[in-house]
Ligand binder design. Structure first.
Ligand SMILES: C[S@@+](CC[C@H](N)C(=O)[O-])C[C@H]1O[C@@H](n2cnc3c(N)ncnc32)[C@H](O)[C@@H]1O
Length: 241
């Protein structure tokens, strides 16, 4: 990509990424779209344009407009049946030669040393989470990003899985720092993601949800389990110059 003029951030959240891009590239127009703009700071750069919309609906932008579209950690809000049209829509609004960047977390906990079994509360949390969304969202979509991007007709696709350690268990100093920094966030995430679907979709009592979350948090913080959530990253280019 030579010159980047127009950027779209789908589900911008705290707008940290959008603001960073807007500040680093003052000549660039960064549009952010979110269904609930409550996390956006009041003070944002003039070249950041936050908009209110639902990305489950057709993206309300002209064809061939953006140089870059980012879609990061919005999978929990995308309807199961929307994924393929979402990628098609992103391709439509990108200029020929423009890029999409997708980042999603698959909330099925993993451990490469095989120490997490189905009876661990953290694994039960994961299985419940996946089950609670079935039929409405697609909790396995993160694993299919490459297929989705390729089926939509993007080219020069690159994809990889990055393990997100749930606590500071890694021997690698960088991964260890990420795990340590992530620990509190993970405890919050395990609670926030579970309450509504576990009670409403699985019929669990709030006491049972709290108890499972508390035990899952103990597992997540146990360095012996070496637990991580896989983060899938995929970039692709709309055919063109
Ligand atoms: C986990 S946050 C991620 C924020 C940001 N992309 C990041 O990576 O830091 C998910 C964001 O997506 C937004 N979101 C979820 N479903 C959405 C939808 N259907 N349409 C637009 N925004 C949505 C939420 O409101 C929230 O701000």
């Amino acid at each position: 990509m030579t010159t980047v003029r127009n950027v779209l951030d789908c589900g911008y959240g705290t707008a940290s990424w959008a603001i960073e891009v807007a500040e680093a590239y003052p000549d660039c127009e960064v549009i952010g779209v979110d269904i609930s703009p409550h996390m956006k700071p009041d003070d944002t750069p003039e070249n950041f344009w936050p908009e209110l919309d639902d990305i489950n609906r057709r993206l309300a932008y002209d064809a061939n407009y953006f140089d870059l579209v980012q879609s990061r950690m919005v999978g929990g809000g995308i309807n199961a049946s929307r994924w393929s049209t979402y990628l098609g829509d992103i391709k439509r609004v990108l200029k020929p030669g423009g890029w999409v960047q997708m980042v999603e977390c698959y909330y099925m906990c993993q451990s490469d040393n095989g120490s997490i079994t189905d009876s661990h509360p953290l694994r039960r949390w994961s299985s419940n989470y996946i089950r609670s969304l079935e039929g409405i969202k697609d909790p396995r979509a993160p694993q299919r990003l490459h297929t989705l991007v390729s089926t939509a007709g993007f080219v020069e696709i690159e994809h990889r899985m990055i393990p997100m350690p749930l606590c500071g268990w890694s021997n690698d100093p960088r991964e260890r720092r990420i795990g340590e920094a992530n620990q509190e966030n993970i405890q919050q995430t395990l609670s926030n993601l579970a309450i509504f679907p576990f009670t409403r979709r699985l019929g669990m009592s709030i006491q049972d949800v709290r108890s499972l979350v508390a035990s899952a948090c103990v597992d997540a913080a146990n360095p012996d389990l070496k637990a991580y959530f896989p983060i899938y990253v995929c970039i692709g280019k709309k055919p063109g110059p």
